[in-house]
Design a protein around this ligand. Structure first.
Ligand SMILES: [Zn+2]
Length: 92
């Protein structure tokens, strides 16, 4: 609605990725995240988690489960980023 799909919402996607860590593979979420990765590669790259997120998305729905270490590292990083992004959105 209102062309919201035109512009990827980086903050929302970071939240999605964060939630994704705790969920079993959800095709819907995975598609959303992957689409954002395609449309907006610079954002995850900018946050320095591009590699981790891609590894997670690839592994989660593959035969392998993402290693706990990777998930924990990403969880901590995302936790910081989500707060960061949300704070920024409320600023003028
Ligand atoms: Zn983005």
């Amino acid at each position: 609605m209102n062309g919201e799909e035109q512009k990827p919402d980086c903050g929302a996607v970071l939240s999605e990725v964060y939630l994704y860590l705790d969920l079993e593979c959800s095709e819907e979420r995975r598609t959303l995240i992957k689409k954002h990765l395609d449309d907006c590669t610079h954002c995850l790259h900018e946050y320095g988690i591009e590699h981790e997120v891609k590894a997670l998305v690839a592994r989660c729905c593959g035969d392998e489960v993402a290693p706990r270490e990777l998930r924990e590292r990403l969880r901590i990083r995302l936790n910081e980023l989500v707060i960061e992004v949300e704070t920024r959105e409320f600023l003028p």
